[in-house]
Design a protein around this ligand. Structure first.
Ligand SMILES: CSC[C@H]1O[C@@H](n2cnc3c(O)ncnc32)[C@H](O)[C@@H]1O
Ligand SMILES: [Zn+2]
Length: 424
């Protein structure tokens, strides 16, 4: 199968150079980017007046949580989790979670996300929905043992069951990732076992770390050190670890993350909404830490729109530093694309021959995107996910001219409403 995208403004290569060109995709790869490609193709897409961009990599989310969107707002993290989210999650069935995964996948396709790193329950069901949707999913079962050895064993068993089930699907588009929830919900025994299992099975690890001041206090009280120092001392870190949040980091923590090649998934909307704090983006980037971008779940964001997330990241760090030059459009665009792909060891996030054909087309024939001075600036500061009209993953068109081809949109919205009624 081949796709030819004609005559668009292409954000080309690592430096996002704007070139007016055609893009030829064969199989699941980009094979050529140049003016006037003459080759025939199975599918030809006219991108005149449009922008061809790398697809977005959501480096931290809980994709089925759209089901809980708007149920509890305006609260700090622990009260939100303990009083509202966890009691509802305890009632979720495998079928509910699958409906939530379809809803999340639909939203991601429609707003230009092509790959996501997820943490939730029943991830083999999420994997099935991801495969049907056509997205790329890195899927972790969120492990919580609260220091109870019986639960440690149960959580490891469930993670391994889900790992086997996802591997059994035999697809390059879905991957299992180990996902211990956080240092305050997981015992050291569980965290050490996860490190060992990830080495044994060659899997990535993702975990919430240093999200709130309350977490810092809890870990300080329990262990007498910061969450990052704690994880470093048990040998947990490596370049295969992606920590979500990393808001409360001192200079020692930052140098530990840099030394170990750990990636940080920044979630500005969630950090602002839960009033968790402002992550030290400038210090992390200056130390050479790879920083990606995530939305977190739709119950703390409240959507999965990575385009909106880029703008929030840029604005947050400008005002926090009282410096409009920080978190410039190109820096946050790379966080939302190539940096995320790099963390997942995925040859994507860049439009160039040889890279995976994960890309999106923005409709620029819209008043808020004209006149065109600087395309990257427009995407970060003026656009939102609804400006994406075509989404391609692994060389397959998932949405064309705003019509989602892989999922039944109406059915998913109706099922999500029914599940919401069942949960209330
Ligand atoms: C055990 S699966 C994942 C678990 O994480 C919860 N969650 C959602 N958002 C956050 C956040 O910002 N910090 C910590 N935990 C979060 C989610 O509700 C699931 O229970
Ligand atoms: Zn999270």
């Amino acid at each position: 199968m081949s796709i030819l995208i004609r005559n668009g403004y292409v954000l080309y290569g690592e430096n996002l150079e704007v070139v007016k060109a055609d893009v030829l995709i064969e199989g699941n790869r980009i094979v050529e980017v140049k003016k006037g490609i003459n080759e025939g193709a199975d599918t030809v897409i006219d991108a005149t007046g449009r922008v061809v961009s790398p697809g977005f990599v959501n480096l931290h989310t809980h994709s089925p949580m759209g089901l809980l969107r708007g149920l509890a707002d305006d609260l700090p993290l622990m009260e939100w989790l303990e009083k509202h989210i966890w009691p509802r999650e305890a009632k979720l069935t495998r079928e509910h979670i699958k409906v939530g995964a379809y809803l999340g996948a639909l939203e991601m396709i429609k707003t230009g996300t092509t790959t996501f790193l997820d943490m939730y329950f029943q991830m083999d069901a999420v994997a099935e929905a991801t495969l049907e949707a056509g997205l790329r999913g890195y899927l972790s079962y969120g492990m919580i043992d609260l220091g109870d050895p019986e639960r440690t064993e149960k959580e490891i068993k469930e993670a391994l069951r889900e790992m086997k089930a996802i591997e059994g699907l035999n697809s390059e588009r879905v991957h299992f990732v180990f996902g211990p929830h956080a240092p305050y919900t997981c015992s050291l025994a569980l965290l050490k076992e996860v490190r060992k299992l990830a080495d044994e099975h060659g899997k990535l690890i993702t975990i919430h770390v240093a999200e709130t001041m309350a977490e810092l206090g809890k870990i300080q009280e329990r262990y007498g050190k910061s969450p990052v120092v704690l994880l470093d001392e048990i040998g947990f870190f490596g370049s295969d670890v992606i920590i979500a949040h990393g808001v409360w980091l001192d200079s020692r923590d930052v140098s530990i993350l840099a030394r170990n090649g750990v990636t940080v998934a920044h979630n500005p909307a969630s950090n602002m909404k839960l009033a968790s704090g402002v992550m030290p983006l400038q210090r992390l980037l200056n130390a050479g830490v790879n920083v990606g971008l995530g939305t977190d779940g739709s119950a703390s964001n409240n959507n999965l729109d990575m385009v909106e997330e880029m703008k929030l990241a840029a604005l947050l760090h400008k005002v926090h530093n009282l410096d409009p030059t920080v978190a410039d459009a190109r820096t946050v665009f790379k966080m939302a694309t190539v940096n995320g792909a790099k963390a997942l060891r995925l040859n994507a996030g860049v439009i160039k021959p040889g890279y995976l054909a994960d890309l999106v087309i923005f409709d620029f024939n819209r008043p808020h995107l004209r006149p065109i001075h600087d395309i990257v600036s427009h995407i970060v500061y003026s656009a939102n996910g609804n400006d994406v009209e075509t989404t391609i993953v692994d060389g397959k068109v998932l949405m064309l001219d705003r019509e989602v081809l892989t999922l039944d949109e109406e059915k998913i919205l109706n099922r999500a409403e029914e599940v919401a009624r069942e949960l209330s």
